[in-house]
Design a protein around this ligand. Structure first.
Ligand code: ADP
Ligand code: MG
Length: 702
């Protein structure tokens, strides 16, 4: 799809320069020196030849048959150059030049002109403001980077050009090969989505890694990524996502969720593996590039030192992998050549004085053991071990293995040459046992993604007409924060159980409401100006008789008036007291980029403090809803501690699914919480004891 970029027949360098140190010179130099096979045509009105190639005065005088132009001229001339390329039949352009939207309003306007030129001429553009592109399969270095990588099957895309140079430097040092390296710059035309799509088709690319700061069209990008990750892993770092939840939020969910969370959800939903750091990005990439996928999750550790073996074993547990059990037959094989003091169970400890060949022998045996799906090999440079020989033995034993291996030679100078041998031979090497195990666990993540069941969204029978009416009514009164009672009506219409309640304006009314409901009761303040009621003394639970109700009414009015003198107090809501159950929160907030995000977690008044919550995007399947539960400590509470009965998890998952459906059905709901939802093991029930819904101001027309 982007073949003209990746494998052009001929390349023109617009703004080529004879002067060393200029970008236009580096571009020429890289193209010439890194072995591009096709013709290279410099364009520069002031030169006759550059690096031994005849120079052309302008684009119009270039010969035909050029696929790619690399442009490094002042920004203001770029739109016209693109038009010239169009006339010349040059289909692809890399705009290296900076001075576009990154420099302010004038640059932004210029970028718009560049976009218009691209549209009018049909020339596809990478950039502007980028480092360029490297495609090792066609020996094309259309960048001004100082390094050129080895050939490999990792494709790198980066929104930061500067980072590309750092990545290259480091990849060269560690023998990490790339199929492509693409600096996307301001992405006036070709963006991350188009690249992922093109790289999916690229036979030289096995794994796609990227550094992104923003994503153009969230939902569309997700759909493409979901398709690509069915075959090729995508590993991304998403930078610039630390901002907290929306300041304007009135719900707990809205105040906890933020862009970072939304990206995390979106990546998970589309099978993208998210790397927390640059280090992890390439830790994972090497694993996917060099090794086969895991077919199970039983990991064996092979070591010549006890301590690191235990560290690896811990990591295996922590990363959700399983510690392999070594069969008796295999143990016997080990005993034949290992000293009596060696440990033949997992972690297999061949001891500090083991000669290098033992690594090869032992690894071969482990890779043939039926109960092992992957192996972590550890080496510490003790006594007399020949580190290089051990590395060679490992390379040899692992050759052609259907099971992944990862190595960690721990140390610095004494292990360096061994590490180099591993790296050159596609055995992924990690400085610590933990990182080796973590990289293996990513293989497992990806396999889980490939094997996930087809997504089925359950639809519940609900009363949308009723919800529509309540929302309309709230909105007509200009009330964007839907009151507790109305919110619960909405929940009722979506199949939730809510406590019986009655509105009361006076103490007398409160008493008669209480006796109609039945003691004990709860009293709550009703005001369009108060969102968090208990913060200001607006909730009183466990009222057991008329006297308490009267006292509570007077006290509540007094307190609330004191704390919120300007709030309009309409009265109180008298409510059935739900005595049993554990308190959880189920909520939703709408992310501007990715849509409704659902939240589940520990409920009550300390939600923001404890933050034991998990998120997923709507719509959600029942498996995904259950996953949300597993992702929290609250799950353990729901399972029951100290002899308590377990809550029905399916029931909780169903509540999340119902909120998912509500948020899809009613886009005007900007955010909402049910906090708490009281779930009881004894009564097998979930009761929405409190609820708040906020209608989006910008989405006003119902
Ligand atoms: P807010 O969240 O606005 O402060 P809530 O209605 O959630 O007010 O009440 C605060 C707390 O009071 C709840 O977290 C819950 O522990 C308790 N509570 C509220 N209503 C009931 C009820 N009907 N039955 C039992 N406990 C309740
Ligand atoms: Mg509450």
């Amino acid at each position: 799809m982007l073949d003209k970029f990746f494998a052009p027949r001929a390349v023109a360098v617009i703004g080529a320069s004879r002067e060393e140190g200029k970008v236009g010179h580096s571009l020429m130099k890289n193209l010439v020196e890194h072995g591009f096979k096709g013709p290279i045509y410099p364009v520069n009105p002031k030169a006759t030849d550059i690096m031994g190639r005849k120079c052309f005065t302008d684009i119009a005088s270039l010969p035909d048959g050029i696929d790619l132009a690399v442009i490094a001229i002042p920004a203001k001339f770029v739109p016209a150059a693109i038009e010239d390329c169009g006339h010349k039949g040059i289909a692809a352009a890399i705009v290296i030049s900076a001075g576009f939207k990154e420099v302010g309003p004038d640059g932004k306007e210029l970028e718009q002109r560049l976009f218009n030129a691209a549209m009018a001429s049909g020339v596809r553009i990478l950039g502007p403001n980028c480092l360029g592109l490297i495609s090792t399969s066609s020996s094309l270095d259309a960048s001004f980077a100082a390094h050129y990588p080895e050939k490999g099957d990792i494709a790198v895309i980066s929104q930061s050009g500067a980072l590309c140079t750092a990545i290259l430097d480091w990849a060269v040092r560690n023998h990490i090969g790339f199929s492509k390296l693409i600096s996307i710059g301001n992405k006036v035309d070709i963006d991350e989505e188009a690249l992922i799509e093109a790289l999916n088709e690229d036979r030289d690319t096995k794994v796609i890694v990227g550094y992104l700061e923003d994503i153009e069209n969230g939902p569309h990008f997700m759909r493409t990524a979901e398709r690509v990750t069915k075959t090729k892993p995508i590993i991304l770092i998403k930078a610039g996502t630390t901002e907290a939840g929306s300041k304007a939020a009135s719900s707990h969910t809205g105040s906890i969720a933020g862009a970072r969370m939304a990206y995390q959800c979106a990546f998970r939903r589309s099978g993208i593996l998210q790397a927390p750091s640059l280090e992890s990005l390439f830790d994972y990439a090497q694993m996917f590039s060099y090794q086969p996928l895991l077919k199970g999750r039983r990991i064996a550790v092979l070591t010549n030192a006890g301590g690191p073996g235990i560290m690896a074993a811990d990591a295996v547990e922590n990363m959700g992998l399983a510690f392999a059990t070594i069969s008796d037959a295999t143990k016997d094989k080990f005993r034949k050549f290992l000293p009596a003091a060696a440990n033949v169970a997992n972690p297999i400890d061949i001891l500090g004085d083991a000669p290098a060949e033992v690594y090869g022998k032992a690894l071969k045996i482990l890779l043939e053991e039926g109960g092992v799906d992957g192996v972590v090999i550890l080496l510490t440079p003790q006594a007399m071990i020949d580190v290089e020989e051990a590395a060679k033995q490992i390379v040899h034993a692992a050759k052609g293995s259907k099971r992944p291996v990862a190595a960690s030679f721990i140390g610095a100078d004494r292990v360096a040459s061994g590490i180099e041998i591993l790296q050159r031979n596609r055995i992924p090497h990690y400085p610590t046992p933990e990182r080796a195990v973590e990289a293996l666990s990513m293989l497992d993540e990806f396999v889980k993604w490939l094997e996930r069941p087809r997504r089925v969204i359950r639809r519940f029978a609900v009363n949308t007409t009723k919800v529509d009416r309540v929302l309309r009514f709230s909105q007509k009164r200009g009330q964007l924060n839907v009151g507790e009672q109305e919110s619960k009506e909405i929940l009722g219409a979506y199949g939730f159980t809510v406590p019986r309640d009655r509105f009361a304006r006076t103490a007398d009314e409160a008493v008669s409401a209480a006796s109609a409901i039945g003691y004990p009761v709860v009293m709550k303040i009703v005001s369009p100006d108060i969102v968090h009621k208990s913060d200001i003394g607006g909730v009183k639970v466990n009222l057991t008789g008329p006297v308490q109700v009267r006292d509570a009414f007077e006290l509540m009015m007094m307190r609330v008036r004191e704390k919120e003198p300007n709030a309009r107090l309409q009265g109180v809501l008298m409510q059935e007291m739900v005595t049993e159950g554990r308190e959880i929160i189920v909520g939703m907030t709408r992310d501007p980029q990715f849509g409704p995000m659902l939240m589940f977690g520990l409920g009550g008044v300390y939600v923001e403090v404890l933050r034991d919550v998990s998120f997923q995007l709507a719509p959600i399947t029942s498996e995904e809803a259950l996953e949300m539960l597993f992702g929290t400590k609250t799950y353990k509470l729901l399972q029951g501690v100290r002899g308590e009965k377990s809550v029905d998890m399916q029931l909780v998952a169903e509540c999340i699914q119902r909120i998912s459906q509500l948020s899809i059905d009613f886009p005007q709901i900007a955010e909402m919480d049910i906090n708490p939802l009281k779930v009881s093991a004894e009564r097998a029930s979930a009761v929405a004891v409190d609820a708040r819904i906020r209608i989006g101001a910008e989405n006003g027309q119902l």
